[in-house]
Every structure is written in C-alpha cells, then in structure tokens.
Design a protein around this ligand. Structure first.
Ligand SMILES: Nc1nc2c(ncn2[C@@H]2O[C@H](COP(=O)(O)OP(=O)(O)OP(=O)(O)O)[C@@H](O)[C@H]2O)c(=O)[nH]1
Ligand SMILES: [Mg+2]
Ligand SMILES: [Zn+2]
Length: 351
C-alpha cells in the first residue's frame, strides 16, 4: 500500500510549532543549566543516534562525527532518528563528556510510539520508513504481537515488514508449519522475509529491502534483532543475548535503541546511498492504548473494505445479522484469526 502522508494542514501545524521552537532556541544563547557556560552561535544539524538518560549521542550532518550532547530542557522526548539542531559548548573543560547541547527538534515525518509503564504514549523512533517486525521460532511466534505492531505501523504511516529469523534452526517440516502460519500476512499484502543471522541466509534480500531507507527493528527479546544488524554490519559489535533454556524467552540484552548506518554504492548513480537501521530493546507486549476503537480497523487493511457491507452502522462484528466481516469469513475472504485479533485489541482498549 502507498505510504499515507500527513495532510497539508497537519504538516503546516507541525512545521509552525517547530519553527517557533527553533526561534526560541535561537534567542536563548545561554547554556542548558549553567548560566556561565555559553553556547557557540553556530547551529549544526544532526540526527539522534542514541538517547540514554539525560545524554544524547548525535551524528553531525556535515562531519558525520558522533557528538555527545545534553538536551535543552524545554524540548520534549527525543528519540533515535530525530533530526535536531545542536550547538557546541564553548566551555567544555568542566565537563569533557558533553560537547554540545541539542537546542531544537525538527518536524518528524513519522513517529512510532508506545505507552510507557504509566500508560503515557512515548515516542520510540522517529522519521522511519519501515518497521521490521522480527519474529523467530524461539521465542515462540506471536501473531497477536505482530498484529499490534501492524496496527501501530499502519496508523503511523510506516511500512511494516515481517522477518522470520533463525530459520537455520528449522527442519523442513517445521519450516512448512511456520510458513503456513505466516502466510496470512502474505495473503494480505505484507512482505515476509526469511533470515538467519547465523548462516546469513536471506540477508542479501533483507539488505535490498533496507537500502536507502530508515528501518527500525522491533519484536520480542531474543528473536535476533541485534544479531541481524551485527551480521549486516560486523563492525557494529552489538551485544547479543541468550535465550533462556528454562523459559524460552530472551534476556533483554539491548537496553537502549541505537541507529546504525550502512553506506552502499547506489546502483543508478555513482554516489553512495545511506541506509539507516535502528536496533531497539525487545518487548514483552506492545500496547495500543492511545487509539480509538474507530482507528483500529484502519490497522487491519484487509478487513476495512468489508465493514461497509455491515447492515448496522454500529455493528460490532460479533454475531449481528448481515455483518460484512462475518460474511467475508464464511466466504473465506478474510482470516478468522485476524478478526479475533481485531476483537482482542478492541477489548484491550475498552477495559
Ligand atoms: N541459531 C540462530 N540463533 C540466532 C539467530 N539470530 C540470533 N540468534 C541467537 O539468539 C539469541 C538472541 O539474539 P539477540 O540478537 O541478542 O536478540 P535481540 O532480539 O536483539 O534481543 P533483545 O536485545 O533482548 O531484545 C543469541 O543467542 C543469538 O546468537 C539465528 O539466525 N540463528
Ligand atoms: Mg538486542
Ligand atoms: Zn459487522
């Protein structure tokens, strides 16, 4: 499906807010927490590589060097992939670690958000084109989680792609069983990639899919998100974890998201194409608490077309007569599992 864009008015509003923020940041040349320290007058542009605690690592757009920055307090949560303006600290002797301050945040084209433990929506990554939903035979394939990620991606105008990793661990029969389960998504329209970070199988096709785009790798702990990025970028040296033999669950090895670049020669021009990958910490679940009941159906793209055939305008698609969705299931046009998943998400929003 084509990527949906923000409408002009939304774009204008976002730009206006950012312009005002930038103007405020430009006015205030004093530093972030100590009035004696001054910021250099030059505004540099960069992208956020990682954000941990009060500190950010950013990559400067011109020098491509990593700069450790503090964050000006009036700026909201900044995440991996954010485009920012930063200024050098003129007096860094007192604090050699921090070299600059992030003073403004550019408008985001897309943002992936999820609720934190208090239920408040928090951005996870910004300016992303693709959501790589990584799954593996161990920990177990979780279709409910895949569906939640797909809803979040569709509503955020990000292309979801499903990656089934660790295929080196499967016998022919086991692979057939999993392929059958995952075929539901292929039938809808989603791309499925089969990979092994260990044997490198499928990594060429994956790299083709990633080239020139910004992609965030998400999924349960232990499915191999970091291992895939390590296999694509051996110099990245990302820490990989174990999958617990006792519980078959991952051990939450990656604790902060981080952005990596691959520069590949362009096939059509002599220049290089920049490819960005964001590794993210594994999740136990992915909540969708900030969306309305009406929104959920837009995350189930293949179901959407059938609700117009429902007899009742407020049809809940449970057992009503002349329900377009139930009829589509009878006619094998849509999967019952996906409709059940839709209902589970609706129930979780209501409760
Ligand atoms: N056999 C096999 N093992 C893999 C593959 N990919 C990853 N693993 C193993 O799976 C375990 C978990 O890998 P990680 O890359 O740390 O998983 P992750 O998804 O980054 O996990 P978190 O950072 O905890 O979210 C490690 O022991 C990896 O060696 C694969 O393709 N095949
Ligand atoms: Mg990891
Ligand atoms: Zn209905």
């Amino acid at each position: 499906m084509a990527k949906r864009k923000l409408n002009r008015r939304q774009q204008w509003r976002i730009q206006k807010i950012q312009d005002e923020r930038l103007a405020r940041a430009n006015k205030k040349q004093k530093n972030f927490n100590n009035d004696d320290e001054l910021l250099d007058q030059v505004h540099h542009h960069g992208v956020v590589v990682s954000h941990f605690g009060a500190t950010l690592d950013i990559e400067d757009d011109s020098s491509h060097l990593l700069v450790r920055c503090a964050l000006r307090q009036n700026i909201d949560a900044i995440v991996c992939g954010d485009k920012i303006v930063w200024q050098k600290l003129t007096n860094i002797a007192k604090n050699v670690q921090i070299q600059g301050v992030v003073t403004a945040l550019d408008a985001r084209s897309t943002v992936l958000a999820r609720p934190d433990f208090t239920g408040q929506m928090k951005p996870v990554a910004a300016n992303i084109d693709q959501l790589l939903i990584v799954t593996s035979p161990v920990p177990e394939l979780n279709e409910g989680l895949i569906d939640r990620y797909i809803v979040a991606a569709e509503l955020s105008h990000i292309q979801p792609i499903i990656v089934l990793n660790k295929i080196d661990t499967l016998s022919h029969e086991q692979r057939q069983v999993l392929e059958k389960r995952i075929k539901i998504y292929q039938d809808i329209k989603y791309q499925i990639l089969y990979t092994s970070a260990k044997s490198q199988h499928g990594l060429d096709t994956l790299l083709e899919q990633l080239t020139g785009k910004v992609s965030v790798f998400v999924g349960q702990s232990g499915v191999g998100k970091s291992s895939i990025i390590n296999a694509l970028l051996p110099n990245a040296n990302i820490k990989e974890g174990e999958v617990s033999l006792a519980t078959n669950k991952g051990t939450h090895t990656t604790s902060v998201s981080r952005l990596y670049h691959i520069n590949t020669p362009s096939q059509t021009q002599s220049s290089e194409v920049q490819t960005s990958l964001i590794d993210s910490p594994g999740v136990r679940e992915f909540g969708l608490w900030d969306i309305s009941r009406e929104d959920v159906i837009h995350g189930f793209v293949e179901l959407q077309q059938y609700i117009q055939h429902c007899h009742f305008r407020d049809c809940k698609h449970l057992n009503e007569p002349n329900c377009g969705l139930l009829k589509a299931i009878e006619e094998n046009k849509i999967s019952e599992q996906r409709l059940n998943s839709y209902h589970r998400i609706i129930d979780s929003i209501d409760s």
